[in-house]
Design a protein around this ligand. Structure first.
Ligand SMILES: O=c1ccn([C@@H]2O[C@H](COP(=O)(O)O)[C@@H](O)[C@H]2O)c(=O)[nH]1
Length: 269
């Protein structure tokens, strides 16, 4: 999917909501545990109930890898279900990968060719040759961790390196890499005070902004300081949406939470 197709969807749905599919078997309604594939059954119900309110879904790989082969099968079924039934929806593999070039090439092949995700999150720490294999894919997007939502972001990302914060160096350096137009950046919703500075460096790039809901990030401030002329934002909420209810009404409750976020987003468009 191209970024202009993504912006088109955002304008159509009046939403830049990304729903995180972080499935925890201890939190899903207990009746689903009787299903042959409880993770996929949960995801399918959440997707069907919320697809008109969201433009993206983001399964975090940890929640699937934790279940070995069964988890990986559930992930495969989830991405196939999205691609077959809702091809207009942008998909993000939140995998935070990155390794020496030939290994990154295999990660890129796995997420873009085999699983057919539109994008994957990648850590910048190993530098240019670890990221370029992802960037080589046309109309696929590499979402680089820049300034993350967690408290540990201050341990390294905001530290000064040669006169500027490390996260700024990551953004400035990476945008010059070959196929840098395929980059998006992760900026935590808990770090809105940095957004104006970030927009000066990358006015046009899409930002994936996790941290709204359970982590207390501020949606209004993200919109005020992070939005650009093409919207340029995907705001993620995982637990706040998918675990709105632990009962039989879980999908309906998720849709209600998603609608609240969508309505707030619509007010900024
Ligand atoms: O900086 C980051 C990068 C990734 N995440 C991931 O996003 C979701 C957030 O889940 P919530 O339940 O909405 O808090 C989760 O998959 C994280 O691993 C992040 O939170 N911050």
């Amino acid at each position: 999917m191209t970024t202009s197709q993504l912006t088109e969807q955002i304008r159509l749905k009046k939403s830049f909501l990304c729903i995180g599919l972080d499935v925890d078997l201890t939190k899903i309604p207990q009746h689903l545990l009787k299903e042959e594939d409880p993770i996929f059954a949960f995801n399918k119900a959440i997707i069907d109930a919320t697809q008109h309110l969201a433009v993206a879904y983001k399964p975090n790989l940890a929640f699937y890898e934790a279940h070995g082969i069964k988890g990986f099968q559930a992930l495969g079924k989830t991405i196939d279900y999205l691609n077959e039934n809702y091809p207009e929806i942008f998909t993000i593999a939140d995998a935070k990968r990155g390794d020496i070039g030939n290994t990154s090439g295999m990660y890129a092949k796995a997420f873009f060719e085999d699983l057919k995700f539109d994008s994957v999150t990648v850590a910048p720490y190993m530098g240019k040759d670890s990221v370029e294999p992802f960037l080589a894919y046309e109309n696929k997007h590499t979402i680089l961790l820049a300034l993350t939502s967690n408290a540990g972001a201050y341990d390294f990302q905001t530290q000064q390196v040669e006169g500027e914060e490390l996260y700024k160096k990551v953004i400035k350096t990476s945008k010059e890499w070959k196929n840098g137009q395929n980059l998006m950046y992760v900026i935590g919703a808990t770090k809105t005070e940095f957004l104006q500075e970030i927009r000066k460096i990358i006015p046009e790039s899409f930002l994936l902004v996790p941290g709204v809901g359970a982590q207390g990030g501020n949606l209004k401030e993200v919109c005020e300081f992070g939005m650009n002329r093409n919207i340029g934002l995907l705001i993620n909420a995982s637990r706040a949406v998918i675990y709105a209810s632990h009962g039989a009404d879980f999908a309906e409750a998720a849709a209600n939470e998603a609608e609240k976020l969508q309505q707030e987003m619509a007010s900024f468009l």
